[in-house]
Design a protein. Structure first.
Length: 307
């Protein structure tokens, strides 16, 4: 069998609900054997995108493929190679953990009972425990175990850390890291938690209002986005090539630019007021892209004006 170099591919993928677009003209390729983080605000189109990938929603136009097969006509054989962990970790409350395994292994031919048992042990879940009587973090562990034990080539997770406490989140991330280390495994994870992205991801894809803003290796993204601080409040900065975001706080202006060149730097330095570059965190860089254009000025100035 020829090993695939592209796990997921979309071309012009678009989805409308009535007159509202959830995903707009999305074209991207997700490499096999890497962890890709899908990041965006609520309503950005992440879940709709994932549902179209899995053939659970039909595109308005465009197409998407997973493991080289069109998502709308996935064969049972290809579906058995895909693991999907849905938002909320839905499980039947009346089932016991061992019943979940029995239910799942009847559908997937490559079921790994030893791996499932080890995941239960890792999350502190007894095989005889009823799903309705365990913690949310333990439910997440059972869900992850039943998904990983199918030995998928691609693991797709929709906001798996939602509602988990820090201990459960850490356990979930460690489980995902263990899976990602397996040869040839691909992970696509939708998440709001940027510290999880830093620990897990090789690549980052940013969605905003259904549009793909960034699709790049995580290291490249962090290197190509730069911050500048100016010791003055500038509500409307002059035209600056590559400017992504500008905000004021405590009498200072913070600028974020992408792929700065000599013209970019010269434009910023002409502003004066001790303009200087600064290292951005991943959170700073991501939020600069996702911050709505309507959020101008600063919260402190707004509060002062309201007094």
């Amino acid at each position: 069998m020829i090993r695939q170099t592209t796990a997921i591919k979309t071309v012009g993928l678009t989805k409308y609900f009535g007159r509202n677009s959830a995903v707009r003209n999305l074209t991207m390729e997700i490499p096999a054997g890497q962890v890709t983080a899908l990041v965006g605000h609520n309503g950005a189109g992440k879940t709709t995108f994932i549902r179209m990938l899995l053939g659970l929603a039909e595109p308005t136009r465009g197409r998407c493929a997973i493991l080289g097969e069109d998502s709308q006509t996935l064969s049972p054989q290809t579906r058995s190679r895909i693991g999907y962990l849905a938002e909320g970790h839905f499980l039947w409350n009346w089932m016991r953990a061992k019943d979940v395994a029995r239910f799942q292994r009847e559908t997937f031919p490559k079921w790994d009972q030893k791996l499932f048992d080890s995941m239960l042990s890792f999350f502190g879940v007894s095989p005889d425990a009823k799903i309705g009587q365990i913690s949310r973090g333990q439910r997440a562990g059972v869900s992850l175990g039943m998904t990983m034990a199918t030995d998928p080539e691609i693991l797709i997770l929709d906001d798996p850390s939602m509602g988990l406490d820090p201990v459960a989140r850490r356990a979930l991330v460690e489980g995902l890291l263990a899976f990602a280390r397996r040869e040839g495994r691909t992970v696509l994870i939708s998440t709001h938690l940027l510290d999880d992205v830093e620990r897990l991801a090789d690549r980052i894809a940013l969605l905003s209002n259904g549009n793909l803003l960034v699709d790049a290796p995580l290291v490249d993204f962090q290197q190509r986005v730069q911050g500048w601080k100016i010791d003055s409040t500038i509500v409307a900065p002059p035209a600056i090539p590559g400017l992504i975001d500008s905000r004021t706080f405590d009498g200072q202006t913070n600028l974020v630019v992408a792929d700065p060149d000599e013209e970019t730097i010269a434009s910023i330095e002409r502003i004066g007021h001790n303009a200087r570059s600064e290292q951005l965190t991943l959170e700073d860089a991501v939020l600069a892209y996702l911050r709505p254009a309507s959020m101008v000025g600063s919260i402190s100035a707004s509060l002062e004006a309201a007094q």
